[in-house]
Write a protein that binds this ligand. Structure first.
Ligand SMILES: NC(=O)c1ccc[n+]([C@@H]2O[C@H](COP(=O)([O-])OP(=O)(O)OC[C@H]3O[C@@H](n4cnc5c(N)ncnc54)[C@H](O)[C@@H]3O)[C@@H](O)[C@H]2O)c1
Length: 337
C-alpha cells in the first residue's frame, strides 16, 4: 500500500527498522508510526534517520498495554507486528516474557483492530520455527506445526491467535513465516553479527556442537520486500513462507564469514550445543513466489554487504555489544555447565 498510515510495532528492532527504512525509501505517501518498548533489542539509533521525516512518529510503549495500543492505532490503515521477544536461548532460560509479548501482546493488538474496524491489513510476523525442524525436504504452509522451544511455541500462539481473529471476526489478517534473517542492524547476539564483530576484535567464533545444523538464510531486504508485497496482495487468513535461497550448515556459514574477515579456522571455537537445538529448517516459498516475489540477495552477496556494514559502523555495534548480556551469546550452554 503506497499511501496510508502504517503502525510498525517493534520498529526499533532489527527487521522492523529495516522495514521503516524501506517504507520511506520506496513509498511516496506514507506515514509511519513506530510503537516499541525498547527492550534490550530495541535501539532508537536504528530510527535516527527518520526522526525528522514528515509523517514519522515514535511511541515508546508495550504492545501488552491496551491504552498505549489504542493511542498508537488511531487512524491506522496497516499494522505490521514485528514486536516480539525473539531469542531462543533467552526463551529456554526464562519463557515468561515470551508468553506475554508473543501471545498476549498479539491479542491486545488484534482486539484493538477489531474494535476500530478500519484497519485494512494486519500482518502478523511469525517465524518458520513454528514448524519445528525438518530433516529432509521443505515445509509448506500446510505442514504440521511442531515448535520445539518456548520462543517458537509462543510465536505459534500469536500466529494461530491472529488466524482465529480472521476466522472468527473476519479481520484482514495475513501471517508470515520467515526463515533466519540477517543484515545490517541485527543485534550482535545473533550468530552472523556476533561472529563478524568477534572477528573484528580478534576473538573467536563460537560454533554450537559440530556446526552441522542447517539454516536457510534470508537477507533482511528480501524479507521486508516480501512483507510489503503481502500488504498489497496477501489473501486474508492466509500464511506465507518467506525463505532464503541457499541452505547452509552453520560450519559452512562460519567458514564463509572467516574468509570475508580474512581469518583462518583457528578462529573457530566449538562449544556445547543448545538443548533441543533444531537441526534443520527449510521452506517451500512457491506460494509467495507466485505473487511475484523472489529473493535478490545470494548469501555470498548479502554476507559481504553485512560484513562491510559492521566494519563501517562500529559506533553502532560497539556500545550495544558492551551492554549485551554475554550469558545469551553462543557458548551460553557450555558456560553454564
Ligand atoms: N530475526 C530473524 O531471524 C527472524 C526470522 C523470522 C521471524 N522473525 C520475527 O520478526 C520479528 C522481528 O524480529 P527481529 O529479529 O527484528 O527482533 P528484534 O529483537 O531485533 O526486535 C524486536 C523489537 O520488538 C520490541 N519489543 C519487544 N517486546 C515488545 C513489547 N512487548 N512491546 C513493544 N515492543 C516490543 C523490541 O524492543 C525490539 O525493538 C519478530 O516477531 C520475530 O519473531 C525474526
Amino acid at each position: 500500500m503506497n499511501k496510508g498510515v502504517y503502525l510498525i510495532t517493534g520498529g526499533a528492532g532489527f527487521i522492523g527498522s529495516n522495514f521503516v527504512r524501506m517504507l520511506f525509501r520506496d513509498f511516496t505517501d506514507v506515514e509511519v508510526r513506530v510503537l516499541d518498548k525498547l527492550t534490550y533489542a530495541g535501539n532508537l539509533t536504528n530510527l535516527e534517520d527518520f526522526r525528522e521525516e514528515r509523517g514519522f512518529e515514535f511511541i515508546e510503549g508495550d504492545i501488552c498495554d491496551e491504552n498505549i495500543v489504542k493511542k498508537a492505532m488511531r487512524d491506522v490503515d496497516v499494522v505490521v507486528n514485528f514486536a516480539a521477544e525473539v531469542a531462543v536461548d533467552r526463551s529456554i532460560d526464562d519463557p515468561q516474557s515470551f508468553l506475554k509479548t508473543d501471545i498476549f501482546g498479539v491479542h491486545v493488538l488484534l482486539n484493538e483492530v477489531k474494535k476500530r474496524g478500519m484497519v485494512k491489513k494486519f500482518i502478523q510476523v511469525s517465524t518458520d520455527e513454528v514448524y519445528g525442524q525438518i530433516l529432509e525436504g521443505s515445509f509448506t504452509e500446510k505442514s504440521e506445526l511442531k515448535p520445539r522451544n518456548p520462543y517458537s511455541a509462543s510465536k505459534l500462539g500469536g500466529d494461530r491467535l491472529a488466524y482465529s481473529f480472521f476466522a472468527t471476526y473476519n479481520l484482514p489478517v495475513v501471517i508470515t513465516r520467515a526463515s533466519n534473517t540477517y543484515g545490517p542492524m541485527a543485534y550482535p547476539e545473533k550468530v552472523i553479527p556476533l561472529f563478524i564483530t568477534n572477528l573484528i576484535d580478534g576473538q573467536k567464533a563460537p560454533v554450537y556442537g559440530e556446526g552441522k545444523q542447517a539454516r536457510d538464510w534470508l537477507h533482511v531486504e528480501d524479507h521486508c520486500r516480501a512483507i510489503a508485497l503481502l500488504v498489497e496482495k496477501g489473501v486474508d487468513g492466509d500464511v506465507y513462507n518467506i525463505g532464503g535461497v541457499e541452505e547452509c550448515a552453520n560450519i559452512e556459514l562460519t567458514r564463509a564469514i572467516l574468509r570475508l574477515m580474512g581469518k583462518d579456522e583457528s578462529f573457530i571455537e566449538f562449544v556445547q550445543d543448545r538443548p533441543g537445538h533444531d537441526f534443520r529448517y527449510s521452506l517451500d516459498c512457491s506460494k509467495l513466489r507466485r505473487l511475484g516475489w523472489k529473493p535478490e540477495y545470494t548469501l555470498e552477496k548479502g554476507l559481504k554487504i553485512t560484513a562491510d556494514w559492521y566494519k563501517n559502523n562500529e559506533a553502532w555495534w560497539r556500545p550495544v555489544k558492551e551492554k549485551m548480556d554475554k550469558r545469551y551469546t553462543v557458548g551460553f550452554w557450555g558456560a553454564k555447565k
